[in-house]
Design a protein around this ligand. Sequence first.
Ligand SMILES: Cc1cc2nc3c(=O)[nH]c(=O)nc-3n(C[C@H](O)[C@H](O)[C@H](O)COP(=O)(O)O)c2cc1C
Length: 312
Amino acid sequence: MKVFGILAGRKMGNCEILAKEAFMAAVENGAEVEMANLHDVKIIPCNGCETCTMRVTQGKSPDCVHKGKDDMDLIMDKFLKADGILVAVPTFVLQPPGIYKTFIDRWLPYEIAFLLEAGIIETPPKRVAALITAGGSTQSWMSLTLAALQMSMFMQSIKVVDQMMASRVARPGQVLLKPDSIARARKIGENLVKAMKMPYDQVQWMGDRGWCPVCHSNVMIQGQPQWDGKRYDIECGMCGAGGSLVNEDGNSRFVLADDGLEKCRVFSEGRQNHFYEIQQTHREAFENMETIRALSEKYRAYAVPAIRGEGK
Ligand SMILES: Cc1cc2nc3c(=O)[nH]c(=O)nc-3n(C[C@H](O)[C@H](O)[C@H](O)COP(=O)(O)O)c2cc1C
C-alpha cells in the first residue's frame, strides 16, 4: 500500500511540512510513502504538438515526443504504481505554480478515459488522492488552486477523497504556528489511507462540502453551447457537471440538471465524450488542409520582430 507525494514548494516550506504531517499519519496507518519535489526533477514542457492525442484517437500508443529525454518516466513510474497520491503545492497567483502545470501538461499520454476508449487499456487503475495547498492569503486569493489540482487528478481517473487549504502562511514554516492546519494535514493522511483500504466502489468524498455536489469545487461558470450543442445554465468550472443556481431562503445552491453528469469529467464517460470532440475537431482540420494552407499565407508572410533566447 503505497502513497506517492508530489510537492512543489520550498525546502522545509509550508507544503513540505503539511505533506510530512500527512505522510506520518499515513505510515502510522500502514502505508509506505515516497515523494518527489518537482524542483528536483527535469520535466520538458509540452510543446503542444498533439502527437499523443492524434495517435491515441487513431487507436495507437500515445507516446510523447519527449519520452526518454527527461525525468518524466522516472516520476510517472512511481506515480502510476502508487495506490494513493498526495499533492502538496503552494498557491501562486490564485493557482498551482507553473512547475506543477508543466508536469500535468505532460499527462495527455496517460489520460485514462482516452486509453480506455482507444482499447489500449482494458480496466482503469484504482487510485485515490488527497490535495494540499498553502498560501499567504485566504481563500479569496487561493480560489483556483484546489480546483485545478482536482482537475489534474480526474485526468487520470484518480478519485479525490479530501483536500485542504492552509491560509495566511507566507514564510517557510509559518504553518507550524497554525495547529488547526497541522491537524487537518494529519486528517488528510488518515483519510487517504482509509480510502486506500476501502473497496474502490465505496470510496467517497471525505472532505468539506463545496457548491458542486460532485467534486465540491466552488468555481462555477455560466454555461455556453458545447461542441454537440449541449448547454447548461451553469457548469462546475472544475468537473463540468451541469445544472442551475437556485436561491433558497436567501442562500444560493447549485442543483444538478437531470442530464447534468453527461459531461462530468470526474467520470471516464464524461471525458470519453471529449475524446470524440477532439476526433471531430481534428477531422475538420484534416479535411480542410488546403484552405488552412492558403489562408495561412498572409500570416506566414507577415514578419514580426521576435526575441529568441539563447539555445533556441
Ligand atoms: C510568485 C508567487 C505568487 C504567490 N501568489 C499567491 C497567491 O495568489 N495567493 C496566496 O495566498 N499566496 C500566494 N503566494 C504565497 C505562497 O503561496 C506562500 O508563501 C506559500 O506558503 C508557499 O509555500 P511553501 O512554503 O511550501 O513554498 C505567492 C508566492 C509567490 C512566490
